[in-house]
Design a protein around this ligand. Sequence first.
Ligand SMILES: [Zn+2]
Length: 145
Amino acid sequence: MGVTHSPESPALTPAPRVLPELDDTSRPFWTAGAAGELRIAHCPTCRRYLHPPRATCRDCGADLEFEAVSGNGTVFTYTVAHQQFNPAVPTPFVIALVELDEQSDLRLVANIVDVEPAAVTTGMRVRVRFEQHDTVFVPVFAPAP
Ligand SMILES: [Zn+2]
């Protein structure tokens, strides 16, 4: 079971540590944490980021390249999960849609960590961290220092 997102209706999956299935298109996103970087698919022609990763630009058809972003963002919206769907994932936990600083519509579904779920707010400043599972580095966000 993979984590599925779509830009139109982000799926707030209840089992965030269920690891994604990597393919050639998504692999750069899920492994860039090895270098401590959050890398997002970027169109060199339109000069825009696109997420989730895809092979080509939906606007101009150009091949996308992965570029490192700052890893800084804000909580756009979030939900607190209380039901335990996966024994490996303690509850409660926070799943958020994080809007990255680089672009107003550039949003990632990710867990918010290192903070009590009750203290998470919309608009909260966050910064990326990575949870390593073998070769997969899952981006999560913690309150910005
Ligand atoms: Zn383009």
